[in-house]
Design a protein around this ligand. Structure first.
Ligand code: XIL
Length: 315
């Protein structure tokens, strides 16, 4: 029946996919992405990031993001906004670190306010802050942290709430799928933010995982997040393998997708799952993790892999 139909039948809000602007020129690709029985939600993989929206200070460009937002609207799909404040894909004028605390706070407020306001009413949820932590649970030493300490996180959330009071505001990270130091740090941060009155609504679990190495305590971790009174979502799921593909690896990948989906299905606070694109043709994995790939449920020729059935079975 389609992955979004299956997800909704189990009480979830959506099953979705990331996409990117260039890919939409691939007509067979766009045809499948527009099928809202498969994908009830989309996320722009790049075109709402800081380097795409405010490459020069105060000069905002929304052309790429608007194409994705319009695609979602035309196809009756929810939109996740990604992302306001992140250390990566950040223009040089920000990373250069030439700003004092007051100026950088103002820059974060202006960026977040302007981008969130532009898409006001069109976005289900925003990844307001992305990848604030190191894997050991300490704060990442980005230009934001170095200049402002962790206060930049509250600054961004307050600006986002003021700009679009109806959008769910998420903090998003990777390697917080299972229990561990980084998940504990996320739990502690969100508890503190809520105690401080910072408007955080959700924790985004990216879910960039490895075949045969998916943590066993996903559900316990999701429940720990949910106990904070926030919703959670799996926001960037892919499960990569070391190439070449074999039937054995694809069978393990199917089991791994099922395991992740089942953990979301078991926790009511988990509202939806987004895969980080749907076809291996456009996966980011091979370009970043040398020798790895085939991380998504459809292959490069748009044929469904065993992982697809794993997702269905997981719900
Ligand atoms: C990736 C995109 O998919 C690539 O096209 C780009 O070159 C790099 O960024 N975590 C995130 C995403 O939050 O924004 C990243 O997306 C993947 C890791």
């Amino acid at each position: 029946p389609g992955l979004d139909v299956v997800a909704k039948s189990k009480g979830k809000l959506y099953f979705g996919s990331a996409t990117d602007n260039g890919e939409l020129n691939d007509a067979p690709y766009a045809a499948i992405l527009s099928d809202n029985k498969e994908f009830g939600q989309i996320t722009p993989g790049n075109s709402m990031k800081w380097d795409a929206t405010e490459r020069s200070r105060g000069v905002f460009t929304f052309s790429g993001g608007d194409v994705i937002a319009n695609f979602a609207a035309a196809n009756g799909q929810l939109l996740r906004g990604h992302t306001c404040v992140w250390h990566s894909q950040l223009p040089g004028w920000v990373t250069a670190g030439n700003f004092n605390a007051a100026d950088l706070t103002s820059i974060i407020e202006t960026h977040t306010t302007t981008v969130v306001d532009h898409y006001k009413g069109q976005v289900y949820a925003w990844d307001v802050v992305n990848e604030a932590f190191n894997d050991d649970g300490t704060f990442r030493t980005s230009v934001f942290y170095t200049t402002l300490g962790s206060s930049y996180i509250a600054t961004a959330f307050h600006a986002a709430r003021a700009a679009d009071p109806d959008a769910k505001l998420y903090i998003n990270d990777y390697n917080i799928d299972g229990l561990g130091a980084k998940s504990t740090a996320m739990t502690n941060l969100v508890a503190q933010l809520k105690a401080d009155g910072v408007p955080v609504d959700g924790i985004g679990i990216q879910g960039h995982l490895i075949v045969g190495a998916v943590p066993n305590n996903l559900q316990a971790n999701f429940e720990q997040f949910a106990a904070l009174g926030v919703e959670i979502a799996i926001t960037e799921l892919d499960i990569r393998l070391t190439l070449p593909v074999t039937p054995e690896k694809l069978a393990q990948q199917k089991a791994d997708y099922q395991k992740v989906i089942a953990a979301c299905a078991a926790v009511p606070a988990c509202v939806g799952v987004t895969i980080w694109d749907w076809t291996d043709k456009y996966s980011w994995i091979p370009s970043v993790f040398s020798g790895q790939g085939a991380a998504l449920p459809w292959d490069e020729t748009f044929v469904k892999k065993p992982a697809y059935d794993g997702i269905v079975a997981g719900f």
